[in-house]
Design a binder for this molecule. Structure first.
Ligand SMILES: C=CC1=C(C)c2cc3[nH]c(cc4nc(cc5[nH]c(cc1n2)c(C)c5CCC(=O)O)C(CCC(=O)O)=C4C)c(C)c3C=C
Ligand SMILES: [Fe+2]
Length: 446
């Protein structure tokens, strides 16, 4: 199967639709000539100032900033200029490279709001999100929070929860894939922070851009929908490492190594619903090109984890902490030697190691794209960190992706002793909207 991610919401890029400033740096005069779009329309000049300001100094805040720094570092990125196309075959924010900031927000339709109100809301949300992803203001009364900034890889991804279909009289169009997830023995779920009629994922490499978008979308909900829950997370900023590297989570592990890659032939069919779904449990036609997002708020028991020696931590996962390589040797990309035994006769990668249990070959080929954010919500009443992973897994069918893997992990994953699943959501994320369409139009007008 062809790699659809390349030709979807991208404009011919091979990076999940993202135009990365750092990979194709524009010459200084191109930046200064305003080649990039910004809310002010002068990002080119600002961007050149921001880059040049560190090097040659500039007026105002940039100069003041430069003056406090002993040496002018070479800028590794100009992340403000990264833009991810909103319109396309698939919604942005699925195969898009991880961004530094993420907000996950679920809404419930207000009492009395039905299909007509939902259509109007989806139209407003589409009209609001699309310009912001180009670095332009939200229509209407923009808050100016991101006035000086470029798109900063902003993506806005919309999904429907199971209850949406009841509320809008669309039960016949509801995918069986949205049936409630099975209860797992390790669940400690808070219903108030789970599920929801509608779901939005906002991602950006800049915190102000992400907040600005979140706020604009929330205001567009007006009296039609109310926020049910909101979770905010983060990841490493682009350019923070000398070269692109897999993310680390708050346990310090390299996390994302085993993810399917957009360049792999099966990526498209594993992550996105096929154009012609077949079989009795196939997704409905309106979901073609869409994907299912499983969202789990997973708290990490960091005090317990951090009190363990690194050697023991590594056995819990089955990979080295330093570089993510399997305990059986090699580099991060080396396959795990699952039958290899050590001098003590024990498996080098223990039978209950997380990466062993979760891998597709141990789960009938179950694959998912994990695209999570870390979160830190301060301290709990017991003084322990309220921090962990906003786990987001994308797949063409959660019954063939998340569910079998979580069932298996639930039965004997060494990591389970160090994590708590505290909230859960499952959302049908429709295909991308073409220009002139609103997100979810094929469902709403089916
Ligand atoms: C049901 C799916 C999964 C949940 C829930 C989950 C939670 C979770 N995972 C880590 C850390 C790591 N996971 C790693 C690999 C990995 N995890 C899953 C699935 C779930 N993880 C899969 C499918 C895989 C890939 C397995 C493979 O193909 O090899 C790893 C190893 C590096 C990597 O491949 O990403 C780490 C580390 C945490 C901390 C966590 C909950 C907080
Ligand atoms: Fe995992």
């Amino acid at each position: 199967m062809t790699d659809t991610s390349k030709t979807t919401n991208s404009a011919g890029t091979d990076d999940g639709g993202r135009h990365r400033g750092e990979e194709h740096p524009a010459p200084a005069d191109a930046r200064a000539s305003g080649a990039r779009v910004s809310r002010r329309g002068v990002l080119g000049a600002v961007g050149a100032g921001a880059v040049g300001g560190l090097v040659v100094g500039a007026g105002g805040g940039i100069g003041a900033y430069a003056a406090t720094r002993p040496a002018a570092p070479t800028p590794l990125t100009h992340l403000g200029s990264d833009a991810v196309a909103f319109h396309g075959t698939h919604q942005a924010g699925i195969s898009t490279p991880m961004q530094a900031v993420g907000h996950l927000v679920a809404f419930d339709l207000a009492p009395g709001a039905g299909r007509a109100e939902a259509i109007a809301l989806l139209r407003r949300w589409t009209a609001c999100a699309a310009p912001m992803t180009e670095g332009r203001p939200a229509p209407g009364h923009d808050t100016d929070v991101a006035l000086d900034e470029g798109p900063s890889a902003l993506t806005v991804t919309f999904g429907f929860g199971r209850s949406f279909f009841d509320r809008t009289g669309l039960v016949k169009q509801r995918p069986v894939q949205l049936d409630p997830l099975p209860a797992f023995s390790s669940d400690h779920l808070d219903p108030a922070r789970s599920d929801g009629d509608l779901w939005i994922q906002v991602g950006s490499d800049d915190a102000l851009v992400a907040f600005h978008a979140l706020r604009a979308l929330q205001k567009e909900a007006g009296s039609t929908a109310r926020v049910r829950w909101l979770m905010s997370g983060f990841n490493r900023s682009p350019g923070a490492t000398a070269h692109p590297m897999t993310m680390r989570n708050l346990m310090g592990q390299v996390d994302g190594t085993g993810n399917p890659k957009p360049s792999e032939p099966r990526f498209g069919e594993e992550i996105f619903v096929p154009a012609k779904p077949h079989g009795t449990l196939a997704s409905p036609a309106w979901m073609a090109g869409g994907s299912y997002a499983v969202v789990r708020r997973i708290r990490m028991l960091l005090d317990d984890w951090e009190s363990m020696p690194v050697g023991k931590q590594e056995k819990v996962i089955g990979r080295r902490k330093s570089d993510g390589a399997p305990l059986t040797g090699g580099t991060e990309d080396t396959a795990m030697a699952l039958t290899k035994k050590g001098p003590d006769g024990e498996l080098v990668i223990p039978a209950d190691a997380h990466a062993r249990i979760a891998q597709p070959s141990a789960n009938g080929g179950a694959a998912m794209l994990r695209r999570s954010y870390s979160y830190n919500d301060g301290l709990r009443g017991d003084g322990k960190p309220d921090a962990g992973l906003l786990f987001v897994a994308w797949q063409a069918d959660p019954l063939k992706g998340f569910v079998p893997v979580q069932r298996k992990l639930d039965r004997g994953d060494a990591l389970s002793a160090f994590i708590r699943h505290e909230a859960s959501g499952l959302f049908a994320v429709p295909a991308g909207a073409a220009k002139g369409e609103y997100v979810g139009q094929r469902l709403m007008e089916s």
